[in-house]
Design a binder for this molecule. Structure first.
Ligand code: DQA
Length: 158
């Protein structure tokens, strides 16, 4: 059987992690984040496919491609979170279990960061936990994909 794989998708300016507004986003680099994800998934024998793009269309394509190559998605769409109907539609179209992550607590920040086009179509949202949010997202997907019994009748109701 193929190894269970998660797409870890990071959006614009997250390639600058480590030097970008460290007071907001901390000192870890994108490379650190991707290693953290590989280690969190690897602990369960899972693999990660880590991608980052500054271009909305490339992020849409990565989500579409995940339909054939990944079992779940962890996405930090960065600024496109607050603007992109296209990313929302791509997530809905592929229908994979998806967790939205934000390193900073967007709700403590400017008003325009309070709304996410993605939140209504993902399984869970993790904000403000720093880069540890990626590990929490992976742990959630592991539980969701392997322990359906834990989730039934729980907080999945809409
Ligand atoms: C972010 C929050 C967004 O508002 C911002 O545009 C980002 C990063 C976060 O991880 O905290 O680029 O998604």
């Amino acid at each position: 059987m193929a190894t269970t794989t998660l797409l870890i998708l990071n959006g614009p300016n997250l390639n600058l992690l480590g030097t970008r507004e460290p007071g907001v986003y901390g000192s870890n680099t994108l490379d650190d984040v991707e290693k953290l994800c590989a280690s969190a998934a690897g602990a369960h024998g899972w693999a990660v496919d880590c991608r980052q793009s500054n271009h909305e269309g490339e992020l849409v394509t990565a989500i579409q491609e995940a339909a054939g190559t990944a079992d779940g998605i962890v996405i930090n769409a960065a600024a496109y979170t607050h603007t992109s109907v296209a990313l929302r539609d791509a997530i809905s179209a592929v229908g994979l279990p998806t967790v939205e992550v934000h390193i900073s607590n967007v709700h403590r920040r400017e008003e325009f960061r309070h709304h996410s086009y993605l939140s209504a179509v993902v399984d869970a949202v993790i904000v403000g936990a720093g880069v540890d949010g990626y590990r929490l997202a992976i742990d959630h997907l592991v539980r969701k994909l392997t322990r359906h019994d834990l989730m039934q009748g729980g907080y999945e109701g809409r």
